[in-house]
Write a protein that binds this ligand. Structure first.
Ligand SMILES: O=P(O)(O)OC[C@H]1O[C@H](O[C@H]2O[C@H](CO)[C@@H](O)[C@H](O)[C@H]2O)[C@H](O)[C@@H](O)[C@@H]1O
Length: 290
C-alpha cells in the first residue's frame, strides 16, 4: 500500500505535470457553450477532423453507463465482444494513454476488462498504472459493514456491494427505500472510525474513504507518462464523473457526458452504444491518419 505526495500526486509524478493550454482547436466553441450552460453533441471528430490532434489525446473512460449499458445489478452487465479489443487498439494508437476511471473496485474492473489496464478504481481510491497499484486513503473498517448489514436487515431489495476500500448500497431493486438507505449511510459515515464521504450514483449510495475523487485520479494520471503532456478527454455519465469533467475543463481538455441531465461536461453522447460507436470512429480516424 503506497501513498501520494503532499501535493496529492503520486511518488512518480513529473514536473510540469500536464499542459494547460487548449490544443483541441475547438476552445472558442467550448467557452461559448459553457457560458450558455449547454452541452454539444460530441461529433467534433467528424465535424472537424482536420483540426484535431487525436494522436496527442489521453483517453479516460468511465465504465457503467458509459462503456457498458446499465443492468439491474452490478454483476449483470455485459461487455460487448469487440470492446476489449477496441480499447486495446486505441491504447496502442495513443501510446498507452487510455485509462478506465471507475467506481468499481480494481478487482471488479479486472473481471470485466482483464489484462491489468491502467485503472482508477473505487472513485479514485485505487489507482494503477503500468501494473503498479496505489491505494489512496485509510483501510475500510470491516466492522462498519457488519453494522450496516445488521441495521439494514429490514430493507427489502437492498444490495450491499462490498469492495476492498468502500461499500456501495444499491437500491435499484426497490427504489422506495432510497430515503432510508440515505439516512443509514449518513449515520454510518458519522460512526465510522475513518473519514468517509457519501457519494451518490445511479440507484446507489456509496461510502468511500475521503480525500480523493475521479478528478484527482485523472490529474494523477496526467502527471506521469504516457499521459503527461497530452490533451485529456473524459467520457462519463454519473454524478461522480462531474469531478472528472471539472478537472478536464480546467485543464483545457474535452469532457463528454452520456445522457441528458445538467452537467459540467461540455459535450454530450446519448448512450453507451453511442460511446462505443464514437470510440470505433476515433479508432479508425487515428488509424487512417497520415
Ligand atoms: O464509475 P462507474 O464505472 O460508472 O461505476 C459506477 C458504479 O457502477 C456500478 O453500479 C451501477 O451499475 C450497475 C450495473 O449497470 C447498476 O446495477 C447500478 O444500479 C449502478 O449504480 C457498480 O456496481 C458500482 O460499484 C460503481 O460505483
Amino acid at each position: 500500500m503506497g501513498g501520494t505526495n503532499a501535493d496529492g500526486r503520486g511518488p512518480d509524478a513529473q514536473t510540469p505535470p500536464y499542459r494547460t493550454e487548449d490544443r483541441s482547436g475547438i476552445a472558442g466553441e467550448n467557452r461559448r457553450h459553457e457560458s450558455r450552460g449547454e452541452t454539444m453533441d460530441f461529433d467534433v471528430i467528424d465535424a472537424r477532423p482536420r483540426l484535431l490532434d487525436w494522436a496527442a489525446w489521453a483517453l479516460f473512460l468511465d465504465i457503467d453507463g458509459t462503456l457498458l449499458d446499465l443492468a439491474p445489478a452490478p454483476d449483470d452487465v455485459v461487455v460487448p465482444a469487440d470492446l476489449p479489443q477496441r480499447l486495446e487498439s486505441l491504447s496502442r494508437r495513443l501510446s498507452g494513454a487510455v485509462a478506465l476511471i471507475s467506481g468499481r473496485s480494481l478487482e471488479n474492473v479486472d473481471r470485466l476488462f482483464p489484462g491489468g489496464r491502467d485503472v482508477a478504481g473505487t472513485h479514485g481510491v485505487e489507482w494503477r498504472r503500468s501494473g503498479k497499484v496505489d491505494i489512496v486513503g485509510a483501510p475500510w473498517p470491516d466492522e462498519l459493514t457488519e453494522w450496516i448489514r445488521e441495521e439494514a436487515r429490514h430493507l427489502t431489495g437492498l444490495l450491499l456491494e462490498r469492495k476492498p476500500c468502500s461499500l456501495a448500497l444499491h437500491f435499484a431493486a426497490n427504489p422506495k427505500i432510497e430515503a432510508e438507505v440515505h439516512s443509514l449511510a449518513m449515520t454510518a459515515a458519522a460512526l465510522s472510525p475513518i473519514a468517509l464521504k457519501l457519494v451518490r450514483g445511479k440507484n446507489v449510495y456509496e461510502l468511500v474513504p475521503a480525500g480523493t475523487d475521479k478528478g484527482k485520479a485523472i490529474e494523477r494520471f496526467l502527471s506521469v507518462p504516457p499521459y503527461a503532456g497530452r490533451i485529456p478527454v473524459f467520457i462519463g455519465d454519473d454524478l461522480t464523473d462531474e469531478d472528472g469533467f471539472k478537472t478536464i475543463n480546467r485543464l483545457g481538455g474535452l469532457s463528454a457526458h452520456v445522457g441528458s441531465r445538467a452537467t459540467a461536461a461540455r459535450y454530450r453522447l446519448n448512450s453507451p452504444e453511442e460511446v462505443r460507436h464514437w470510440l470505433a470512429r476515433l479508432d479508425s480516424l487515428i488509424g487512417d491518419a497520415p
